[in-house]
Write a protein that binds this ligand. Structure first.
Ligand code: PBG
Length: 326
């Protein structure tokens, strides 16, 4: 009791604050998402996401080199597919020489295991309607979609992808993908499940970036989670762990710290926070307009760690890693 206890004592000096610091962020906590597109010599700014660019496979390699230099452990690749390759079933996802497979092969050929490569498993970059799966009677058909996701997973595994990240939210896909990976001798490919992925308003800038927004006629509420729920997120995570996920994602992150925290208390599995595009652009714009100081980014990252995340997928990864290196 006061005055025996004065919590301000340990806050008085920087050395003392550092001594009692409970949470840390390092480059090893960060996963860098990278947008890729067809063509040569492309470095194209994304209007909805200030300071984020799209790269062609040749320019991508410089970016990967930098990520390795600053000790970022893994990158998550997101392809922007030309419109003429999109169709109802997203068949380009199964092409062995599609953009994502060529990018993965090139990264692995040049950099081997100095960096991990994560590929999304979902059809939205490839479908003409912008949904993550096969649409039947205006609904994304769960079981038909899983069949194609299995093929997409094997295609990306074959190209050399280290971590497959199913982001589609179909029921049962982790188990089915795990089974087919085992059967096809991809025993050590990790599954990073987007287990608790909400139908969020904060994905807007990403959908603009990959061109899925203009295609999307309805919303994704019949497969992504309702943001009014939290118990359901724990059921989703529990199921995916049982089905063979190695790590799980909570997405978005900033408005879902309670979910990260509950998941951490309930499950003994690495949790990845996805600091999504809307969260990025909001903070980035505020910094650019001198409304927030740059340290706000650090504060946000620590909030993910404090809530219980083991790592963070964030568009701030490279600039943070550069700073952490100094
Ligand atoms: C799609 C996918 C989305 C994001 C990652 N993978 C968008 C969506 O569900 O429509 C969003 C990422 C972000 O907003 O940063 N499978």
């Amino acid at each position: 009791m006061f005055p025996n206890t004065r919590l301000r004592r340990t806050r008085m000096h920087d050395w003392s604050r550092r001594l009692i610091q409970e949470n840390y962020i390092s480059s090893s906590d960060l996963i860098l998402p990278i947008f890729i597109k067809e063509g040569k010599n492309v470095i194209e700014e994304i209007k909805s996401m200030p300071d984020v660019y799209k790269y062609s496979i040749d320019t991508l390699k410089k970016k990967i080199k930098e990520a390795i230099k600053y000790k970022i452990p893994a990158v998550a690749l997101f392809p922007e597919i030309n419109n003429n390759k999109k169709n109802e079933t997203g068949s380009e996802a199964l092409n062995k020489n599609n953009l994502i497979c060529n990018a993965v092969r090139e990264i692995k050929r040049s950099f081997g295991n100095s960096i991990g490569v994560i590929c999304d498993v979902a059809l939205d970059p490839y479908t003409s309607h912008g949904h993550d799966g096969i649409v039947k009677k205006n609904i994304v058909d769960n079981d038909e979609t899983i069949k194609i996701l299995i093929e997409q997973s094997l295609n990306q595994a074959e190209a050399g992808c280290d971590i497959l990240a199913p982001s589609d939210m179909m029921d049962g896909r982790i188990g089915e993908i795990r089974k087919s990976l085992e059967k096809n001798n991809y025993k050590n490919i990790q599954l990073l499940s987007y287990a608790a992925k909400y139908a969020s308003n904060f994905y807007g800038p990403f959908r603009n970036a990959v061109g899925s927004q203009s295609k999307l006629k309805s919303d994704k509420k019949n497969y992504q989670m309702d943001f009014k729920n939290s118990n359901e997120a724990l059921r989703e995570i529990g199921m995916d762990i049982n089905e063979g996920a190695d790590m799980v994602i909570v997405k978005p992150a900033l408005t879902y710290l309670d979910i990260i925290s509950k998941a951490k208390q309930e499950f003994n599995i690495p949790i990845v926070a996805y600091n999504v595009s809307g969260e990025y652009s909001m903070i980035k714009n505020a910094i650019k307009n001198n409304i927030l100081p740059e340290d706000a980014v650090n504060e946000m990252m620590i909030s993910f760690k404090r809530a219980g995340a083991n790592s963070v997928i964030t568009y701030f990864a490279m600039e943070l890693a550069r700073k952490l290196d100094n």
